[in-house]
Design a binder for this molecule. Structure first.
Ligand SMILES: NC(=O)c1ccc[n+]([C@@H]2O[C@H](COP(=O)([O-])OP(=O)(O)OC[C@H]3O[C@@H](n4cnc5c(N)ncnc54)[C@H](O)[C@@H]3O)[C@@H](O)[C@H]2O)c1
Length: 279
């Protein structure tokens, strides 16, 4: 299904990115997982699972190992992302035609929080500028960095029958629309990704490069796995139908559909079971 795909998946060692890398490789793609050095052990486990056909997939055998590579990458660094794209070219013999942005962080911090002590005194904690900037830098600037450098490589490819050279898929969040208490930085960073989608698609149209964004709702990944059972139940109660967490493979399948449907371009797709987050 994806024999023609050479992809870079940022944040591909965990969660939605790992599900995507695994899904694409199991269906014939060649993928570079671009993630932080500390994610290398998770990548090795992913590689093992892909080769063994774990998580319900069919085994791709040793060829799976040859089709999935790790590039130690901080998405905010130009040199790291360029190197990851060069690894794709060197390992797979052609430039990438798919870039999936899954790297992200999700800090929870109110802009200004207030604590009333037992003696009635009130103290305040202010959101640091540094935490806001870091979130914007990883989520928004990092996505732009991967997209722009990948677009430059895609532009060197020849076109397909539709005049297309490649496809960039970003990951926003429903927080871009319904940011909750404590999500001011995260929501701003994801709103930036939503806002980039159409102008990026327009900028890259002359080169035959499409740009799409997925805005996931609640997916069971390490981002949420560590929350207590009680919180899981409360969160799921907000999801109308189907009333459960999203399965990362559902995200991966949407990536696959976007790759396979050339007429999808310049749009954000919510993937959230009709969830609208409460405050
Ligand atoms: N899980 C959800 O419910 C959910 C919902 C909405 C949006 N999202 C978004 O989906 C994306 C993936 O989330 P996830 O749940 O899979 O999270 P995750 O924590 O499982 O995976 C994120 C990956 O990004 C990597 N990463 C972090 N900073 C990086 C950097 N500077 N450079 C390179 N890699 C970096 C991490 O090492 C990790 O492997 C994120 O952008 C997140 O905001 C997730």
């Amino acid at each position: 299904m994806f024999q023609h795909v050479v992809a870079i998946v940022s944040g591909g060692a965990s969660g939605l990115g790992a599900a995507t890398a695994s899904y694409l490789v199991r269906h014939g793609a060649r993928v570079v997982v671009a993630d932080l050095p500390r994610a290398y052990d998770s990548f090795l486990k992913l590689e093992e699972d892909v080769i063994a056909g774990a998580a319900g997939g069919s085994s791709v055998g040793d060829s799976g190992g040859a089709s999935i590579k790790f590039a130690s990458t901080d998405v905010t660094k130009e040199d790291d992302v360029s190197m990851a794209l060069t690894i794709a070219e060197d390992e797979f013999g052609e430039q990438v035609n798919v870039a999936v942005n899954c790297a992200g962080i999700a800090p929870a911090r109110r802009m200004l929080s207030q604590k009333v002590e037992s003696d009635g005194t009130v103290s305040h904690r202010l959101h640091s500028l540094e935490e806001f900037s870091t979130t914007m830098n990883v989520n928004t600037v990092g996505s732009f960095n991967v997209a722009r450098l990948a677009a430059d490589r895609m532009a060197r490819r020849s076109t397909d029958r539709d005049g297309l050279r490649g496809c960039i898929i970003n990951t926003a969040s429903v927080a871009a629309y319904d940011g909750q208490i404590g999500q001011v930085a995260y929501a701003a960073s994801k709103g930036g990704i939503v806002g980039m989608t159409l102008p990026m698609a327009r900028d890259l149209a002359p080169m035959g490069i499409r740009v799409m964004t997925i805005a996931p709702g609640l997916f069971m990944t390490p981002l949420l796995q560590n929350l207590p059972e009680k919180v899981h139940k409360q969160l799921v109660n907000n999801v109308p139908c189907p009333s459960r967490f999203g399965n990362p493979v559902e995200y991966a399948k949407l990536v696959g559909s976007i790759i396979n449907i050339p007429y999808l371009n310049g749009e954000v797709i919510r993937l959230d079971g009709a969830l609208r987050m409460p405050p």
